[in-house]
Design a binder for this molecule. Structure first.
Ligand code: CAA
Length: 341
């Protein structure tokens, strides 16, 4: 049987074929329970710069700093950075309860140690000066991401690895304004929400990504306590390619009047063991984010890369977005969270 390292060193499509044997599936199950970082590879990066201080960006900053990396959190306004630091403080307080005793430090000391590894910046050029890895977690807009990376390409060290935390845009397209050399050091790293609690990270190989860069990113995310998976640069990668059609079909089921949101949620939670039914999850992810993913796939559907039915907009979701019912973050989505704000 092939080991996971042997599989990784081959093209992912071939590896995928090899993985479909029952024996390999059993082996990868065992591997995800015990995913161990390759220290030599994880040590190739000492300093990480994260662009975007929102929920995803601040979560990535937190898990990177918790695992010993020096991190610069970057955003355009002081207010955004303050908000990011507040999210980190709250989340660290939850994590410290579990981590501090292991580290034989008090919770406060442990938090302080993590926070000392984090600095903030509003100056992108300065923020990447000493970075070994840049992770971008800004708005899901192709042009804005392309422009940011094109700018950073001229400012960062030539060995610096670039990674996008895009939910569903093409990594190759995001990297297309960078130099050919940089594109070999460019990949996707897709964390899940809430980043400190979810163990999965998708490591996305674009056609030009050097396999060694994939190995380094697998090692770094494993050091962050995650269980990373490999995937190709296809619309939605693994998680969103499966999750978004399921969420959209749930909304269509509600639109057709076949069941209430509460009953659909209960069915999926109690019937299939999902921690959140589709409507709670949509509220959690944000209706605007889910809708962006769907509309970002429009040209992929036009090119025949994805089924056109998957990208059909939902009138109900559009109406809710127009009314500002975006989910938890706005206090109301399919459910009411106003008392929790
Ligand atoms: N920071 C740190 N820890 C956190 C946390 C945070 N923000 N949120 C949750 N946790 C931890 C809690 O401390 C707790 O840890 P212990 O079990 O060790 O005590 C654990 O996570 C469970 O949390 P809670 O007990 O508060 O609540 P819960 O059991 O209801 O779990 C949840 C909350 C983890 C969010 C769970 O409901 C869940 O897994 N939901 C599904 C989330 C999901 O599907 N995420 C993926 C979304 S898709 C995506 O992100 C991709 C995209 O591009 C759109």
């Amino acid at each position: 049987m092939l080991s996971r390292v042997a599989l990784r060193s081959r093209p992912v499509a071939q590896a995928a074929l090899a993985r479909t044997t029952p024996a390999t599936i059993m082996s990868s199950r065992r591997m995800y329970a015990t995913s161990k970082p390759d220290d030599a590879k994880a040590d190739k990066v000492k300093s990480i710069t994260v662009f975007g201080a929102g929920l995803m960006g601040s979560g990535i900053v937190q898990v990177a700093a918790t695992s010993g990396y020096k991190v610069v959190m970057t955003d355009v306004t002081e207010k955004a950075l303050e908000n990011g630091m507040n999210i980190i403080h709250k989340s660290l307080a939850r994590v410290a309860k579990k981590m501090a005793p292991k580290a034989e430090k008090s919770e406060e000391d442990w938090k302080q140690q993590v926070l000392e590894r984090i600095t903030t910046s509003q100056d992108p050029a300065e923020a990447v000066q000493n970075a070994d890895l840049v992770i971008e977690a800004i708005i899901e807009n192709l042009k804005i991401k392309q422009d940011l990376f094109a700018f950073l390409d001229s400012k960062a060290n030539k060995d610096c690895i670039f990674a996008s935390n895009t939910s569903a845009l093409s990594v190759a397209e995001i990297s297309s304004k960078c130099s050919e050399d940089r594109r070999t050091r460019f990949a996707g790293v897709h964390f899940m929400q809430p980043v400190p609690a979810m163990r999965l990270v998708e490591i996305i190989k674009a056609p030009k990504t050097d396999p060694e860069i994939i190995e380094i990113l697998l090692a770094i995310t494993a050091r962050m306590g995650k269980s990373p998976v490999n995937c190709l640069d296809t619309p939605g990668f693994i998680v969103n390619r499966l999750l978004i059609p399921y969420l959209m079909e749930s909304v269509r089921m509600l639109e057709r009047g076949e069941a209430t949101a509460e009953d659909i949620d209960q069915a999926m939670e109690l019937g299939t063991g999902h921690p959140m039914g589709p409507f709670k999850l949509l509220d959690f992810i944000g209706l605007d984010t889910a809708s962006h993913i769907v509309s970002g796939w429009q040209d992929k559907a036009d090119q025949g890369l994805i089924d056109k039915k998957l990208v059909e907009p939902s009138p109900l979701m559009q109406k809710m977005i127009e009314e500002g019912r975006l989910g938890r973050k706005s206090g109301r989505g399919f459910y009411d969270y106003s008392s929790k704000l």
